[in-house]
Design a protein around this ligand. Structure first.
Ligand code: GRF
Length: 206
């Protein structure tokens, strides 16, 4: 007796920089840790993003859709059209340095994730690790959350903590947070793709 093949879900990754989270997700897919998923397309709003090079080396489809000088929704419409052409089911922001328009968010309800290098709601916005270090927190970390219309705001899916050590500086701390990001993002993708969650208010339960 044959079993119907499991549906493969298409992930679209948006980035603006070096792409280490993309690389970790790609590695985990290759290792079978994110079953029934593939990265269908990697899009950067910056043509010189290292993440595009990383994606191509991994054999992934990757392209730049430059945002410079474009109105936000105009750019978002180009990005969404490309995601749709690649039949993307789940959008993962991985160092994408652009706020999505409400229109973009509405195109993928509960299907856009972001990773942020702090324990939200502490330290949203830029340079979160530096903000946390300068504030003197003893516990830092990272958050994977659904994207809504507000910056670093949607319902939380996974958080990982990282102790701040006496010998730390903001760079050492950021590196240890990044190691946890690489674990947390794939965990969150699995949880969302399994679809066995519900959101009540801001609370996600499985
Ligand atoms: C990560 O620290 C992520 O949390 C933040 O941007 C950085 C992206 O790093 N949103 P990389 O490009 O995945 O290496």
């Amino acid at each position: 007796m044959t079993h119907a093949a499991e549906t493969i879900r298409n992930i679209g990754i948006l980035l603006s920089g070096r792409g280490s989270n993309l690389e970790a997700i790609a590695r985990n897919i290759a290792d079978g840790k994110i079953p029934n998923a593939r990265i269908a397309i990697v899009i950067s709003n910056k043509a010189d993003a290292g993440g595009l090079e990383t994606a191509r080396k991994l054999g992934l489809a990757a392209l730049a859709i430059p945002s410079k000088g474009k109105d936000r929704e105009h750019h978002d419409r180009e990005v969404v059209a490309t995601l749709q052409q690649h039949n993307v089911d789940l959008v993962c922001l991985a160092g994408y340095m652009r706020l999505l328009s409400p229109w973009f968010v509405q195109q993928f309800p509960q299907r856009i994730l972001n990773i942020h290098p702090s324990l939200l709601p502490a330290f949203p916005g830029l340079e979160a690790q530096e903000q946390a270090f300068a504030y003197g927190v003893k516990i830092a970390g990272c958050t994977v959350h659904f994207v809504d219309e507000e910056l670093d705001h949607g319902a939380i899916i996974v958080q990982k903590t990282v102790p701040v050590l006496d010998a730390d500086d903001e760079h050492k701390l950021a590196l240890r947070i990044l190691e946890q990001e690489h674990i947390a993002y794939s965990e969150a993708i699995n949880l969302v793709l399994q679809g066995k969650f519900k959101i009540v208010g801001r609370r996600l339960s499985f």
